[in-house]
Design a protein around this ligand. Structure first.
Ligand code: ADP
Ligand code: MG
Length: 696
């Protein structure tokens, strides 16, 4: 007998895994054989029940069987193989866009065929596009289970997934010790949940009589026990690792800052407005934290335009008053520049030094900046360039990170590490305009204190939003033009065509040219990500001064840009953007007293998802409602922008659906936390090499 590989072995020890497949699997973070076991199907299909073609309806996913009536290749832009089958009760067209010559030959008139796929209403009756099929004479035995459909990546077909998971399951079944049960027996019994092994087996190969609707999560409220069990274990592992981080935090020391009354009143006196109640409350919370000898870890949430910048400035006061440094970072150059300009204008008059650092500060000026930072400059502002190794501080007391969700956990921790001096750690304030749904905050940010600003500064009026078809573009242009002629200012936002800054910039250039030609009496400006920072700030300044009436922009204006007089916005191809991006963009208007409107220009036909997004935008201005909806539509990884960085990736749990489980987690963790070995095993099973966070 050949010895089977072990679960801890790399996937390439399985049959059928060559270098290319290994690469593809690695993209899905599948490296070891165990990882395959935790790669679960996204849905299941019942391919055991045949339906008569005459009884099929559009939307059915079903198995049909019949004899080929005709088979033809038609050329319509590209070649297409059309196969029509009949079972006596009706006709079904099978449509293939990609096919080999041999495949076309094998599907000839008279052959018997089984096909499985989604039924659609085609131009000439019912059809299936790219169904999976089997010819009568190469039909194998029927699967004795529901057919799993695995999430995949380019180049790995469902047949490969079947092959790989079948091998992994065999190893699992033959080894008893390799994948130990970590949850206490008593707990599983109490919650009526299956063991790890049986849960995995069931989810990969559910028996034919399993509850298909629940496995496919068609029912919102009910979850399958096998899936629940895995989700619970995963959430528990994440929670335990967060507690570790928290414990370490509490053992750390930070400089304590008592505050300086005189400096604060000086600062408040020069403000052109009164702080709102919410701003005062949040400032109070932060000031209290800064007095402690533990490092603050506070998340400040507040919708776009609620006035977080001034809160950041007030938080800096006790720190710089004590001679310590404050570092402020933002994810884009434009946003960081705005902070630089604001802090320059507010703190220079009070006698504090501001240093600017971005990746575009090079050569002599970079050296000068680095020296000033290590020399103790009070306020240091920049992009992620501040997180690089060469940047050293004299004594960093507070790190402020704006728009946290754009940064990964690593970057955040990197900056904090710089502050570590003489055994003390800097305080940290994280600001985000993407309101984080409560369920997500509980999990992703366990260990952070949270402050929320619900209130907008007085005198704001909500933005009216409409969605309009591109076909009526000319009308929209005419309306915007007439508003601009009456002294209003407008943004025209061009969105990403592909993931390319270059293409986006070109689209914006074209749009700006067209608009300027059509509206010769108006001054049309252009700002995009590929312009030099200096050009960008000049354009923004001219817009702020009212010299430019219509500003064509790429999504670079998404965060932070503040021009209160701008009260109109058109978002081109709004159907391409996610909810939070749309909300951020729209937050640029509605800042002055003028009534503001936003036009979402879309290209039809809209996908179902895009339609919901536009409807949500039209119906509400409430960032929290939008964020919850966004979480439902997209999942947490994308909401937090961490999908790429892997900072918060759940393999099984879904925060939007698993609320009931999430609420159980803290109590369960209380019971298990004392068992260090068990926590270690759970954390390493689900977070892998995430110990590096814990050490950070
Ligand atoms: P965000 O929270 O999106 O970063 P900003 O800090 O940019 O918001 O503030 C948006 C605008 O609101 C700025 O023009 C700011 O000067 C103004 N602002 C902030 N606080 C108040 C307030 N209490 N009263 C009036 N205007 C305010
Ligand atoms: Mg801001």
């Amino acid at each position: 007998m050949v010895k089977l590989p072990e679960l801890a072995d790399p996937v390439r020890s399985l049959r059928g895994v060559g270098p290319r497949m290994q690469e593809g699997l690695a993209k899905l973070a599948i490296e070891k054989i165990t990882d395959l076991l935790f790669h679960l199907p996204m849905r299941y299909e019942d391919r055991s029940q045949k339906k008569a073609i005459g009884e099929c309806h559009p939307g059915d996913r079903t198995l049909i069987e019949g004899v080929i009536e005709s088979s033809s290749i038609v050329r319509h832009r590209r070649a297409m193989l059309l196969v029509v089958i009949s079972d006596g009760s009706g006709l079904m067209t099978l449509r293939f866009f990609n096919f080999h010559a041999a495949q076309a030959r094998s599907l000839s008139r008279g052959a018997s065929l089984q096909a499985f796929g989604e039924v659609r209403a085609g131009a000439r009756g019912l059809e299936m596009i790219h169904p999976s099929y089997q010819r009568e004479h190469d039909k194998s035995e029927k699967d004795p289970f529901l057919t799993p459909v695995y999430p995949s990546t380019e180049g790995i077909g469902q047949a490969s997934w079947m092959n790989l998971t079948t091998q992994a399951i065999k190893i699992l079944q033959q080894s008893d010790k390799e994948l130990p049960e970590l949850l206490p027996q008593k707990l599983l019994q109490q919650l009526k949940l299956p063991s790890l092994k049986s849960a995995l087996l069931l989810l990969h190969r559910p028996p034919l009589d399993s509850d298909l609707a629940n496995l496919n999560r068609e029912n919102e409220s009910f979850q399958h026990p096998a899936r629940d069990r895995l989700a619970l274990e995963e959430l528990l592992a994440h929670h335990l690792s967060m507690r570790r981080i928290q414990q370490l935090q509490q053992q750390r020391l930070a400089p304590s800052f008592a505050g300086d009354k005189q400096l604060k009143s000086q600062f408040l006196k020069q403000l052109p407005f009164q702080l709102t109640g919410a701003q005062q409350r949040v400032c109070g919370e932060i000031e209290a934290d800064l007095k402690l000898q533990q490092p603050m870890m506070r998340l400040l949430q507040g919708d776009v335009g609620c006035g977080k910048t001034v809160v950041a400035a007030i938080s800096a006061l006790p720190v710089i008053a004590a001679g310590y440094q404050v570092a402020i970072t933002a994810p884009t150059e434009l946003l960081a520049e705005q902070h630089r300009d604001y802090f320059n204008a507010t703190f220079r008059p009070l006698g504090f030094e501001i240093v600017w650092l971005s990746s575009r500060v090079t050569g002599k000026s970079r050296e000068k900046a680095l020296q000033e930072i290590v020399g103790g400059a009070a306020i240091v502002i920049g992009t992620h360039a501040l997180m690089q190794k060469t940047v050293k501080f004299k004594q960093l007391g507070l790190v402020i990170i704006d728009e946290q969700h754009r940064f990964g956990v690593h970057q955040r921790l990197a900056l904090r590490e710089k502050g570590q001096a003489l055994g003390k750690w800097p305080h940290q304030l994280i600001m985000t305009a993407t309101p984080i749904p409560r369920t997500l905050a509980m999990t992703a940010y366990a260990g952070l204190q949270v402050s929320v600003i619900y209130e907008l500064p007085p005198g704001r009026s909500p933005v009216t939003t409409v969605a309009i078809d591109q076909q009526r573009r000319e009308q929209v242009i005419a309306r915007i033009a007439s508003a601009c002629r009456q002294g209003r200012q407008a943004y025209w936002v061009c969105t990403l065509i592909e993931e390319s800054e270059l293409l986006e910039a070109q689209a914006a250039e074209n749009t700006a040219q067209h608009l300027q030609v059509e509206l010769p009496d108006l001054c049309v400006g252009l700002v995009h990500g590929r312009m030099k920072p200096k050009e960008k700030s000049q354009i923004m300044e001219r817009f702020r001064q009212g010299e430019i009436q219509l500003l064509v922009a790429t999504t670079v204006i998404e965060v932070g840009v503040d021009v209160p007089n701008a009260s109109l916005m058109v978002i081109d191809n709004a159907e391409r953007l996610g909810l939070s991006q749309l909300h951020q963009l729209r937050g640029r208007i509605g800042r002055g007293s003028e009534k503001s409107s936003c036009v979402l220009l879309y290209l039809s036909p809209l996908s179902a998802n895009a339609r919901v997004r536009l409807e949500v935008m039209r119906d509400t201005n409430d960032g929290f409602v939008i964020a919850e909806k966004d979480l439902q539509l997209r999942g947490p990884g994308e909401v937090l922008g961490t999908r790429q960085t892997g900072a918060l990736q759940f393999r099984i749990a879904e925060l939007s659906r698993d609320a009931a489980l999430i609420h159980r987690i803290p109590t369960l963790a209380d019971k298990l936390v004392a068992d260090k070995q068990l926590s270690d095993a759970l954390i390493s099973r689900w977070l892998g090499n995430a110990e590096r966070y814990i050490e950070a």
